[in-house]
Write a protein that binds this ligand. Structure first.
Ligand code: NAD
Ligand code: AKB
Length: 320
């Protein structure tokens, strides 16, 4: 049985990863942690620790005291926030990862590291971006993701730490809001469509980016950490994707369910330039071949499910 620590657990991914881990391994084996204080703990959340990943002693202490053998290291600043606060992004994204890897080396833990499509840059082939290719990102977020991939590989090769990672696309979800990324538009569009039948998008209509529905991302993270290491030709990190879509295509899909949904565009030059430097579609053949990655939700299935769940949430709020 594993004892798992999740850092950054109050964020968009952690809010769904922690309950999934609790369901699979039992609440007594999961320790959620974040910089954010939690007012009350839910049984679906396992144990909770207030933990700042930039503080090495805190990580060491929690891992020792909780007898942790696996860390899902989610704490980070996302692309748009990182561009606004590059120094803080370096400190949290690189400093935090270094501290986690050092603690993992000391206590023989396995580490999951989520890289991103942000680990690529404008000189990367943008269509069907290969698993191994040019990685020269032009954002601080991307710099920390490439350096993070390399650092994880280094700890695996040099110290034998079992590090594994995936390059996640933009994640679409309905449980927790996204934390300040370039792909946040997709989540915002759903919320605004359900509430107001209208959305003003900060990326242009034809900006094509990879996306994935959260249940597929959670499944992929858990699967990758469970697979026999001998099957992994790559460690940090595997390309994964479920759909490559533009804001206009997402709006058209939403309109199939909400016919009066309207979208207009007020392009934010910073986030648009970040998006323009990222791939339009990833080649995830290596993940499919090595550990059986196979997402269940395409654009149509994801849209149907998102709208159903958000509508239910809205009805519940009105009732309460
Ligand atoms: P998020 O911004 O929603 O959550 C990050 C969490 O980290 C927050 O709860 C925040 O309080 C916490 N945090 C910030 N600084 C911290 C610190 N010093 N110590 C401890 N916790 C701290 O992010 P997310 O979307 O859940 O992403 C998690 C990871 O997945 C990140 O590494 C991100 O780069 C990566 N990722 C996310 C996406 C996506 O679309 N959500 C896509 C690709 C990669
Ligand atoms: C962001 O937009 O910053 C994230 C990501 C794709 O890494 N959602």
């Amino acid at each position: 049985m594993r004892r798992i620590l999740v850092t950054g657990a109050r964020g968009q991914i952690g809010s769904e990863l922690v309950p999934a881990l609790v369901e699979r391994y039992g609440a007594e084996n999961i320790v959620a942690s974040d910089l954010r204080l939690v007012p009350g703990r839910l049984s679906s959340e396992g144990e909770y620790e207030h933990l700042d990943c930039t503080q090495p002693q805190q990580i060491l202490e929690v891992i020792r005291r909780r007898d942790v053998d696996t860390v899902y290291h989610l704490a980070a600043l996302l692309s748009a926030v990182a561009e606004e606060r590059p120094h803080a992004a370096w400190s949290v994204n690189m400093g935090g990862l270094y501290n986690v890897l050092e603690a993992a080396r000391h206590y023989h833990c396995r580490v999951f590291f989520p890289s991103s499509i942000g680990a690529f840059g404008p000189s990367t082939p943008r269509e069907r971006t290969p698993q191994i290719t040019i990685q020269r990102p032009i954002t601080m977020y991307g710099v920390t993701k490439v350096a993070g991939e390399l650092l994880c590989d280094y700890y695996a090769g040099r110290f034998g730490v079992d590090t594994r990672g995936i390059r996640l696309p933009g994640l679409i979800s309905h449980v927790a809001p996204p934390g300040g990324g370039t792909t946040d538009y997709a989540v915002e569009m759903f919320h605004q469509a359900v509430r107001y039948s209208h959305y003003t998008c900060f990326l242009g209509p034809d900006t094509c980016l990879d996306m994935m529905y959260m249940p597929d991302a959670i499944e992929a993270m858990i699967e990758l950490m469970e697979v026999d290491a001998a099957r992994l030709r790559h460690r940090n990190a595997y390309n994964v994707t479920a759909m490559s879509i533009t804001p206009a295509e997402l709006a058209a899909e939403i309109r199939k369910h909400i016919p009066d949904f309207a979208i207009d565009y007020e392009v934010d030059p910073i986030r648009q330039s970040i998006a323009n430097s990222w791939p339009r579609s990833l080649d995830d053949a290596a993940a499919r071949e090595d550990w059986g990655f196979a997402p269940s939700f395409d654009l149509a299935a994801m849209t149907k499910d998102m709208l159903a769940r958000l509508s239910e949430k809205t009805r519940k709020l009105k009732r309460d």
